[in-house]
Write a protein that binds this ligand. Structure first.
Ligand SMILES: Nc1ncnc2c1ncn2[C@@H]1O[C@H](COP(=O)(O)OP(=O)(O)O)[C@@H](O)[C@H]1O
Ligand SMILES: O=C(OP(=O)(O)O)[C@H](O)COP(=O)(O)O
Length: 400
């Protein structure tokens, strides 16, 4: 069901109104400095739309996993500072997200002002989706906008609970954009549709692989999970990563792909290392020739070529998870080649979608992030959406 969005709100719906906006400001911070402000910039269109229409914008977000207690290193103070710079206006911040201090700060707001509430996960009630806490959060506002795509798969007080106390409850522009690309890719893609799945754990990607087998024309698998597939075929994988309890599952996925006529491609050569380290000794071998005691840490050049050929005619490509241990330069070539290949595909008019998490870091490392059609701001959320799951933070919003 399509959801109501900020675009459906008229100036009179929001002018002079207090709008609680849930954003995902869970950004990487190192020693108090934000190292990647993508998620903050992604929230700006919604904030600016609301302030330009005369709303008082009250922002709420979590940061990290403080487990329901105040944690000084997880305050949102650096986010308020960065927001002030990006918006070109003062963004005040409270020391808590509920209580008298918040009520007083909101009472002082003028139309067009922006206020940031402290990390909502300092209260255990947030993750428990406690109704009383949700009511308290909602009490300072007139209406609700959820733009926290990265947290939309969590049914928490600030993402789901508050919608029961605020009306209207609508989606922000970021959630609208994420749904537009991710849902279209899976529900009504331009074909051929290819998915590239990498990363380290079969167990965490199994749901998405199963769903993609129903939808894709081609499924390319790389990363650490390929060795579970090889071992399931009875091949030797040396010291490579294997999930022993997923061998049967890997076999059944290959059978399912055949039955459905999906082209399931596994690498034919790999770069192996004599230990898991940036400076390990390495060699490229065929996958049926992995030496005892060595571990596969990247896909090899023949596999890159096979993957590139398979992708060449695709009109939609979804990518989630690196092809190898790209954090180590020696084992980054496969991931980097796929990133470049996708950048080239975008130029041919294909829709290229990066499903969050480590693949985003990879396309940024290669410098081709701006050459992708869409880069999701949610790792877990985009995976759940691609798996066909309902995201509670979106399901709870008003229908259009
Ligand atoms: N061949 C491999 N062996 C071990 N780890 C790998 C391999 N290929 C990729 N990885 C690791 O997988 C990690 C990314 O996994 P990610 O996409 O977050 O998903 P998940 O761990 O849930 O499968 C990266 O840190 C990368 O180093
Ligand atoms: O960073 C996030 O998730 P992601 O790493 O899956 O993209 C979100 O802010 C959600 O955080 P959470 O997984 O602690 O609920």
């Amino acid at each position: 069901m399509p959801k109501k969005t900020v675009a459906n709100l008229s100036a009179s719906d929001v002018s002079g109104k207090k709008v609680l906006v849930r954003a995902d400001f869970n950004v990487p911070i190192d020693n108090g400095s934000i190292t990647d402000d993508t998620r903050i910039r992604a929230a700006l269109p919604t904030i600016q739309e609301l302030t330009s229409k005369g709303a008082k914008v009250i922002l709420t977000s979590h940061f990290g996993r403080p487990k329901g207690k105040v944690n000084e290193s997880m305050r949102l103070t650096p986010v308020a500072a960065r927001l002030s710079e990006l918006l070109g206006k003062e963004v005040a911040k409270t020391d808590d997200c509920v209580g008298d201090e918040v009520a007083a700060a909101v009472a002082k707001m003028q139309n067009g002002d922006v206020l940031l509430l402290e990390n909502v996960r300092f209260h255990a009630e947030e993750e428990k989706n406690d109704p009383e806490f949700a009511k308290q959060l909602a009490s300072v506002a007139d209406l609700y906008v959820n733009d926290a795509f990265g947290t939309a798969h969590r049914a928490h007080a600030s993402t789901e609970g508050v919608t029961k106390y605020l009306s209207p409850s609508v989606a922000g522009f970021l959630i609208e954009k994420e749904l537009k690309y991710l849902q279209a890719a899976i529900e009504s893609p331009q074909r051929p549709l290819a998915a590239i799945i990498g990363g380290s754990k079969v167990s965490s990607k199994i749901g998405v692989i199963e769903t993609l087998l129903e939808k894709c024309d081609k499924l390319l698998i790389g990363g650490g999970m390929i060795f579970t597939f090889y071992k399931a075929r009875g091949m030797k994988v040396g010291k490579s990563l294997v999930e022993e309890d997923k061998l049967e599952l890997a076999k059944s996925l290959e059978v399912k792909a055949k039955e459905r006529g999906v082209d399931l491609l596994l690498p034919t050569d790999v770069v192996v290392a004599d230990n898991f380290a940036a400076d390990a000794n390495s060699q490229t071998v065929s996958v049926d020739n992995i030496p005892d005691g060595w571990m596969g840490l990247d896909i090899g050049p023949d596999s890159v070529k096979t993957f590139e050929d398979a992708l060449a005619d695709c009109k939609t490509v979804i990518w989630n998870g690196p092809m190898g241990v790209f954090e180590f330069d020696k084992f980054a070539a496969g991931t980097e080649a796929i990133a470049r290949s996708l950048a080239g595909l975008t130029k041919t008019g294909a829709s290229t979608i990066i499903g969050g998490g480590d693949s985003v870091a990879a396309v940024e490392k290669v410098g081709v992030a701006d050459q992708m059609s869409h880069i999701s701001t949610g790792g877990g959320a985009s995976l759940e959406l691609l798996e066909g799951k309902e995201l509670p933070g979106i399901a709870a919003l008003d229908e259009a």
